[in-house]
Design a protein around this ligand. Structure first.
Ligand SMILES: NC(=O)c1ccc[n+]([C@@H]2O[C@H](COP(=O)([O-])OP(=O)(O)OC[C@H]3O[C@@H](n4cnc5c(N)ncnc54)[C@H](O)[C@@H]3O)[C@@H](O)[C@H]2O)c1
Length: 334
């Protein structure tokens, strides 16, 4: 299956299916110097398949986890390219989840002011979300994604076979983003999930169609792209108080609940439970609230949140933050 992202400056294809890593040599232009970036948690055979298809590969395996999205790893990758004599016509390939994709994408965006970038996402979250849209970044200090660039990939290959090795909790975390996109933008997809649709290629393609349509209309996140933040305002508060206890998608799952109308919430709860996603947490509601206020999306004392009155529709509301406290208390039970 193939989807296309059409942007004013660039258009690129996303291939979705089984066995695509084996076809990397056919689908990508690897007849040049190729920096392949992966991490220690990704089964090594995935990046090895790409390396085998490249004319002059340089494979770098970074430590897994968010800690790699920092300046030292970024610098190491750039130095590797410099020392290996990479030029403007060469390319960078990411083989991994969102950490590898965001970091390698930013390396591609900035080396010699930009070289070709291919993204081969191997987590469900990166397949349905971060690999498409062109946002690349690293963290600085304690601030996530604060240094980066919009840099669109030349192609994205989503090999659904890679999900076979992904731990179930990571699958669930990615599925939260699919549920999120269906709720704001695709009532039929939400109904499919309620009915138990589990085919990854189908779910990924439907979710990506939403993301593509949003990105095509709002490449630089000036308006519509904000809907992708549905569930993220309170979710970020939970994520920072939890300090690693919950995965990102798990926080989004919880963060969506207070933002839904009553009937939507009643339908969302069983879908979250089906995918083993949490619907509440034992945390201090005031701590979650305080952490949420630190979020960079809080502007001039107010926060803009996405609400879902019925599946497949949304409203953007700028509200006083205090109005979100009762919803947080419902999640934390205190
Ligand atoms: N650019 C964007 O638009 C965007 C959007 C959302 C999230 N993000 C970023 O994405 C990152 C999170 O991405 P993630 O959830 O993919 O996490 P991740 O990249 O840390 O991957 C999660 C874990 O899964 C392992 N892994 C990856 N593929 C595997 C596979 N096929 N089998 C077994 N293990 C595998 C990794 O080694 C890692 O330990 C965050 O840094 C976040 O900021 C970016």
């Amino acid at each position: 299956m193939k989807l296309t992202v059409n942007l004013p400056q660039s258009a690129y294809d996303i291939h979705i299916g089984s066995g695509l890593l084996q076809k990397a040599g056919e689908l990508l232009n690897l007849n040049r110097k190729v920096l392949i970036v992966t991490d220690e948690g990704v089964p090594p055979e995935y990046a090895a398949q790409v390396a085998a298809a490249a004319k002059t590969p340089t494979l770098v395996t970074i430590p897994q986890g968010e800690g790699s999205k920092q300046l030292p790893t970024y610098e190491k990758l750039l130095l590797t390219m410099l020392e290996a004599g990479f030029g403007r016509g060469d390319c960078v390939v990411a083989v991994g989840g969102g950490v590898v994709g965001d970091l390698a994408g930013f390396v591609a965006a900035s080396f010699m002011r930009g070289v070709d970038f291919y993204n081969l996402p191997t987590t469900l979250l990166s397949q349905v979300d971060s690999s498409v849209g062109g946002k690349t970044a690293i963290n600085l200090g304690h601030i996530k994604n604060i240094v980066g660039a919009f840099w669109q990939p030349k192609k994205v290959l989503i090999d659904t076979d890679t999900l076979k090795t992904l731990p179930p909790r990571q699958i669930a975390s990615g599925m939260a983003e699919v549920i999120k996109m269906s709720l704001t933008s695709d009532a039929e997809l939400f109904s499919m999930m309620e009915a138990g649709e589990e085919d990854y290629a189908t779910l990924i393609a439907r979710a990506l169609q939403i993301k593509i349509s949003v990105v095509e209309q709002d490449e630089r996140e000036s308006g519509l792209r904000k809907i992708l933040n549905f569930g993220h305002t309170i979710g970020h508060g939970i994520e920072s108080v939890g300090d690693g206890d919950f995965y990102h998608g798990e926080c989004v799952a919880m963060g969506m609940l207070p933002m839904c109308g009553e009937s939507v919430r009643a339908r969302l709860l069983p879908v979250l439970t089906r995918w083993n996603l949490p619907t509440g947490c034992q945390m201090d509601a005031n701590a979650v609230y305080a952490a949420m206020l630190h979020d960079k999306k809080a502007q001039s004392g107010k926060v803009t949140v996405v609400k879902v009155p019925t599946p497949g529709s949304f409203t953007l509301e700028t509200v006083e933050p205090e109005t979100l406290l009762p919803g947080i208390k419902e999640l934390t039970g205190n």
